[in-house]
Write a protein that binds this ligand. Structure first.
Ligand code: EPU
Length: 336
């Protein structure tokens, strides 16, 4: 069932060289059941788009590649349709499948790297939409018992880049499939994000379709974010921190132009990319580890950087932001 000493370099979007002592590609629930019956301490690898490998993996690695997309329920009267995708489906290909069937809800989440199965783990989000906005339910296998359990939205504790699967239930369940509640008529267009509005104006679109939104998002992402096929990266490396309004007022005294989003009367979110840029790291390169030149939130592997080199750069950034702004940047990427 397991192969030995397999390179994971092409299975993590950072392109870091690391080995799996034991590795199995799994494409069915039966195969997964057989594995969890024998092994309880597993490393689940999905799209590899939100991890930084700093060492070889000694636990058995399970690479989930189960595929399939099905329309679960399409009541003629209803605006909505439930669509279930298996965990191993590539996220962006799934979004494109939905668009090709004129199903709405995922268009703002176009071009996010990774697979369907890990999308709920960190409640992926971009351009005004988060996974939780379209999530219906998921099925996951409990590693200790091999039983398959269904999780409704309330069970998942979704928050900004967070879910129960990153916290209380970490390493306890393997997500097998995810069901989304999508619109089939009366699509709810979300063009609230400034960059989308500008892109639509530039394209002379005044009544955007879901395809127009997706095209705008793809074009914004391509202009700002490095393509992992070309330069290794895991998207945003840090979360955008939330600070108190008093703390924010102090920062604003010295930096009048600080971008921010008001979360509540006492809390303000500040873009981590801006903080990192202010500390002089944008475009910085140390060996093959670097900070992207157009988006300081993204750390990159130009070629042969090790996970530890990227981590060291991340620590330097955290230290600089702490000293200059008294803000602790939290890593969004999972350090392995
Ligand atoms: N900014 C800078 N310098 C930079 C980067 C950004 O000053 O180097 C400023 C921008 O000018 C803008 C603000 O920061 O005023 C926000 O930038 P942007 O719109 O690019 O979004 P972000 O906050 O940096 C977040 C997500 C992205 C997501 C975008 C769009 C997080 C940690 N990141 O980035 O998610 O695509 O918004 O919604 O929340 C990811 O999670 O991997 C990811 C790419």
């Amino acid at each position: 069932m397991f192969e030995e000493n397999i390179s994971l370099q092409h299975l993590n979007t950072f392109g870091i060289k690391a080995m799996a002592e034991k590795f199995a590609e799994v494409n069915s629930v039966d195969q997964l059941s057989a594995i969890v019956a024998l092994h309880k301490d597993l490393f689940i690898l999905s799209g590899g788009s939100n991890i930084l490998l700093t060492k070889d993996i000694t636990k058995p690695v399970i690479h989930l590649v189960n595929k399939g997309i099905e329309v679960m329920d399409q009541e003629k009267e209803s605006d909505f349709v439930l669509v279930r995708a298996q965990a191993g489906e590539n996220w962006h290909e799934f979004v494109m499948w939905c668009l090709s069937h004129d199903l709405g809800g995922l268009e703002n989440l176009s071009l996010i790297p990774g697979n369907v199965g890990t999308s709920p783990m960190q409640n992926i989000g971009a351009y005004g939409v988060e996974l939780k906005d379209v999530f219906y339910e998921l099925e996951a296998m409990e590693i200790s018992t091999g039983l398959i359990k269904t999780f409704q939205p309330a069970d998942c504790n979704f928050a900004y880049r967070e879910s129960v699967f990153k916290n209380r239930l970490k390493n306890k369940f393997i997500i097998i499939n995810v069901t989304f509640k999508l619109t089939r008529t009366h699509h709810r267009i979300n063009a609230s994000y400034g960059a989308i509005q500008s892109k639509l104006e530039e394209n002379n679109v005044d009544k955007p379709s879901i395809k127009d939104i997706s095209d705008a998002v793809i074009s914004i992402r391509k202009s700002k974010l490095p393509d992992p096929q070309e330069i290794g990266n895991s998207g945003s490396f840090f979360k955008n921190p939330v600070i108190s309004s008093d703390h924010f007022a102090e920062i604003e005294k010295n930096f009048k132009e600080v971008p921010h989003y008001v979360i509540s009367p006492t809390e303000i979110k500040v873009p981590a990319g801006w903080l990192v840029e202010q500390c002089g790291f944008k475009g910085k390169r140390i060996g093959d580890a670097g900070v992207h030149k157009y988006q300081a939130l993204v750390l990159v592997n130009y070629d042969k950087a090790t996970g530890l080199e990227i981590l060291e750069l991340a620590s330097d950034i955290q230290e600089a932001v702490r000293v200059k702004f008294r803000i602790d940047l939290e890593m969004e990427v999972n350090i392995i």
